[in-house]
Design a protein around this ligand. Structure first.
Ligand code: PEP
Ligand code: MG
Length: 677
């Protein structure tokens, strides 16, 4: 037997990709190969076993090899582990959600909210869709539901696996052909997980003990998924979903359960489901999907942001009645008012068609006028800028008439890769964006990770409440080098355009002073010209103390996505409670009003860059409260500008005053609807 102590060098530890490299290599040899980390020992030929080691960068591991070809195996494995298992090159960055088109709509021409039979939900992405409904529910593969089928499987395990292997290989090939390498890798990993030798040992053991093979398979999958799900590293823990996914695939084949896919829908459809995963939604083709309506979710959840990015009308947190609509029944989805109208009468259908064509016409006209400023009927100017995440977004923002960039989310440079970008890489990107925007202001938000955006190569202790933990500016303070690299790169890029710096997740003035002091030191070191500095107001304490903070910054930008979740104590991504995260809640509006007033008292600007800015119902209230700039999804820019042009500031101000006196968000929405006629 040969053995050695090694240290895992690669930044992402033994996550799926390097684990797969290790397992594939180990499988080439006959020798028994194990890897030990702390008290856990893994069979190096089992993907799940290697994943559950939970080894991260710097973890000591003990490699043991014994068998006929142990010399060759030992040499190959030591070399591969020391070389980083193919993981020392950064992975390609994920495509930013905001790169896709985001059709938006101004105030609806006619409201259908009083229609009888309409099923209510929350408007998550505007637009109107008319067509048959299509239920995209996962088949219930819980074993109790399948008791009878389990006794008479349609395929044995080997045949089901063979079929699954072919299906996965086809999906993989399809993604490769579309140049979606990262997505393709998921299907490769599924094959690996499905063929895990330890998984099959467990199944065989159960079957030998008299268990039904279907049950044995499902139990073995679930046991491993549960184990993986508890791993502290979120990247590794997420593999539990992949295990369950591939487990369901094989189970469905064994039982002869047909998986429903959109390909079965002959014509374009309105998708109905309890929930949809972001990866499922990302594959929706607007040629085939007219919109979607789900019973879970909230307006600022990722799925809603994705729907706007794809330009798909969407209703979330909808009445459960949508789930019992007959398949293929004609319906109207109204993403402006958050309604699904099944079996519309000819009159309602006609009205919906008119609204849809009016909406398209409004989009066309507003796009044609997008280059003009957004000025109310009585001469009040509001800047309309874009939220972007890349250079491609910046170019698109210009095409859509943005007056600048109100929020550059720099996370896109840091997520989905093995190592962080260095100062030079960041400098190049910020410089290119600054130059592309031709002197229009670009607000660069410093790194806002933590919370629901963990980064594998930045090791963080597991947190019970990550949204209330080491996130945004707090994380940057704890990692001075990371923070300083980013600030230096922004300062160096600033002369190429009109860059401003914004700090996220600021809770009070001491954090502003601390961040500014770091920035001032760097400015001096670099002999760089000063840049404007602002903060996101997204923590309620910062909003309440806005009058104390205002003298120390150049501008505020209200992050209403987080401000709403923190004010109402509702997780913005919560599967069933997120419907409560309505930024038009009077509690949130009062914080917004207080922040704007405090900024103006000290002659500072107050912008807004949360999703609320593109909500046609919120817009007149925000303008009435005195917002200086609305930074919105790129494709919303023309519509937001167009809607500002329909307003009279004096009317919006009196509307805003009344909104602040409302008791509930529903009252505010009703008030605005009445205002809009
Ligand atoms: C916000 O919180 O409103 C915001 C714009 O930031 P993010 O959605 O990136 O947290
Ligand atoms: Mg935020």
């Amino acid at each position: 037997m040969k053995e050695i102590d090694l240290v895992i060098p690669n930044p992402t530890g033994l996550h799926a990709r390097p684990a797969k490299v290790l397992v594939n290599l180990a499988k080439k040899f006959q020798a028994d190969i194990s890897l030990q980390h702390g008290a856990k020992k893994a069979n190096a030929k089992s993907m799940v076993s290697v994943l559950t080691l939970g080894a991260t960068q710097g973890s000591p591991v003990h490699l043991q090899v014994s068998g006929v070809d142990e010399d060759a195996a030992f040499e190959a494995l030591v070399e591969a582990i020391n070389a980083g298992l193919g993981d020392l090159e950064p992975a390609p960055a994920a495509v930013a959600v905001s790169q896709a088109p985001i059709p938006q709509v101004t105030a609806p021409a006619a409201s259908s909210s009083t229609l009888a039979g309409a099923l209510r939900g929350i408007a998550a992405s505007p637009g109107i869709g008319i067509g048959p409904v299509f239920h995209l529910e996962q088949a219930d593969t819980s074993l109790d539901a399948l008791e009878e089928l389990c006794r008479n499987p349609k395929m044995n395990l080997e045949a089901a696996m063979q079929q699954a292997r072919e299906d996965l290989a086809r999906l993989h090939q399809g993604m490769v052909e579309k140049k979606l390498g990262a997505e393709a890798a998921i299907f490769e990993a599924h094959i690996e997980l499905m063929e895990d030798p330890e998984l099959h040992e467990a199944v065989q053991e159960s079957v030998a003990g008299g268990e039904n093979v279907v049950r044995a398979w499902q139990t073995a999958i679930e046991a491993r998924a549960a184990m993986v799900a508890t791993l502290p590293d979120p990247l590794l823990a997420a593999r539990a979903d992949d295990l369950r996914d591939v487990g369901r695939r094989v189970l469905r084949l064994m039982l002869g359960l047909k998986e429903k896919t959109l390909a079965e829908a002959g014509s374009p459809v309105i998708v109905i489901a309890t929930d949809l995963s972001p990866s499922q939604t990302a594959t929706f083709d607007p040629q085939r999907v007219l919109g979607f309506c789900i019973t879970t979710g909230g307006p600022t959840a990722h799925i809603a942001i994705l729907a706007r990015a794809l330009g798909l009308p969407a209703v979330v947190a909808a009445d459960e009645g949508i789930l019992s609509l007959p398949e293929g029944c004609m319906a109207v989805i109204d993403g402006n008012d958050g309604l699904l109208i099944p079996d519309p009468s000819p009159q309602v259908l006609e009205q919906a068609r008119q609204r849809e064509s009016l909406w398209q016409e409004q989009r066309r006209v507003s796009l044609a006028q997008a280059g003009k400023p957004a000025i109310t009927l009585d001469g009040h100017h509001v800047d309309v800028t874009a939220n972007i995440g890349s250079l491609a977004d910046a170019l698109e923002a210009l095409r859509q008439g943005a007056d600048g960039v109100g929020l550059l989310r720099t996370e896109f440079l840091f997520l989905e890769r093995g190592t962080g970008p260095d100062e030079e890489e960041q400098f190049n990107v910020y410089r290119d964006i600054a130059a592309a925007m031709r002197n229009l202001p670009v607000i660069v938000r410093t790194l806002d990770i933590g919370g629901d955006k963990p980064v594998s190569y930045i090791s963080m202790k597991p947190e019970l409440n990550p949204f209330l933990g080491e996130r945004g500016i707090r994380l940057c303070f704890n990692r001075p080098e990371l923070f300083q690299d980013q600030l230096r790169s922004i300062l160096r890029a600033a002369p190429y355009g009109n860059l401003r710096i914004m700090f996220p997740m600021v809770a009070d003035v001491t954090e502003v002073r601390r961040a500014r002091a770091i920035l001032d030191d760097l400015c001096r070191d670099l002999n760089a010209p000063a840049v404007q500095v602002g903060i996101m107001v997204e923590v309620p304490s910062a909003a309440l103390m806005a009058d104390v903070i205002a003298p120390e910054v150049d501008f505020f930008s209200l992050g209403t996505n987080d401000l709403t979740q923190y004010t109402l104590a509702v997780d913005r991504g919560h599967p069933t409670m997120a419907f409560m995260t309505d930024g038009l809640h009077p509690a949130v509006l009062r914080l917004i009003a207080h922040t704007i007033d405090a900024a103006h008292k000290f002659g500072k600007r107050c912008d807004l860059c949360g999703e609320l800015g593109a909500d046609p119902t919120a817009l007149p209230v925000l303008v009435g409260l005195g917002i200086d700039e609305l930074s919105v999804n790129i494709r919303s820019v023309p519509q937001v500008k167009a809607q500002v042009r329909t307003l009279r500031l004096a009317d919006a101000q009196s509307l805003a005053r009344r909104a602040l006196d409302c008791a509930t968000p529903q009252e505010v929405r009703a008030l605005v609807k009445a205002f809009q006629g």
